[in-house]
Write a protein that binds this ligand. Sequence first.
Ligand code: NI
Length: 387
Amino acid sequence: MRSVETFRDLQSDATAWRRYLHQNPELDYRVHNTASFVTEKLASFGINHIEAGIAETGIVALIQGGGGDGPTIGLRADMDALPILETSNKPWSSKTPGMMHACGHDGHTAMLLGAAKYLAETRNFKGSVALIFQPAEEDGRGAQRMVQEGIMDRFGISRVFGMHNTPGMEVGKFGICHGPVLAALDEFDLVVKGRGGHAARPHETVDPFVIAAQIILGLQTLVSRNTDPLDSLVISVTKLNAGMAYNIIPGQAEISGTVRSLLPRLRDFAERQIAALAQGIAHGFGGDIEFKYRRLEPVTFNHAEETNLAINAARNLVGPASVNDKMRPRISSEDFAYMLEAKPGAIIYFGNGPTAALHNPAYDFNDEALPYGIGYWVSLVETVLAP
Ligand code: NI
């Protein structure tokens, strides 16, 4: 067992880094200052294999263990902030109005830096650790681009691990589960094509409002009447646009929405059946549809063996009672899913205490969680790459 007290020494450094990053948030791929800060810190820890500029502003740095040859594992942190006006009123609030770290990526970056510092000093492992700092998590593409730019092969990464904070979970607690842990995220656009005309003469039109209304209600029965009640699928209509006058029935209506699912067959089902149902309804009224479906983020899937390694690493740090290995999956999404499609691995969640929720303007990362995150990374490396 490795006590979290070992990592208290790093807490004041990591807190200063975290608050600096919090004051200086940057968006999507434009995390230039953040990336320079990370690169400078890594170099100051004596890490000399650092590659920057991957997926524009991403970084991969390698630390070789002192325990001889072995595999390379990837540890991933995200660096980007959100376009939200901060209301936390903390002394280290964002200096850029309309931009803030509302998802704790400032904390994630500081924790991976803290672990890097410790691992570069101690090197009590075999093989190598690849520190992955990615841009554009919120935009859902940064991890995918780093994978597409070949980081897994180029750095010989055989397993990859992620971590995210959770408001409402006690500091010092961890949560994880096997298999699907976060949902796939898709979007659709439906154009209902009718025939416009005078509102007083509806019989001469094909009213797209009536068709759209039937489609929206029909979509809600796809889940309730066609899928197993124990499986998870969400279909939500989030945009509806049509018409501009009191006395005109317009020619078309536009419906958009989002689909979240935890199983590939439900994702296929949603894509196929939304189109079929909408078309059937539209044809029945003499109209037609145009349909576009975009698969954005895949299911975040925790692999069996790596999930067990993550559970052991967390247990070694905080004890079995503080690790919930049967966490309920969530219907939010995370682009780390792309890294887990490329290599086996697992993402774990840790407590951020009773703070405001993620993406809330009052949110702030909890610095008390820093030694737990740093400790988890170190424990994971020393567990997976034990000499
Ligand atoms: Ni996040």
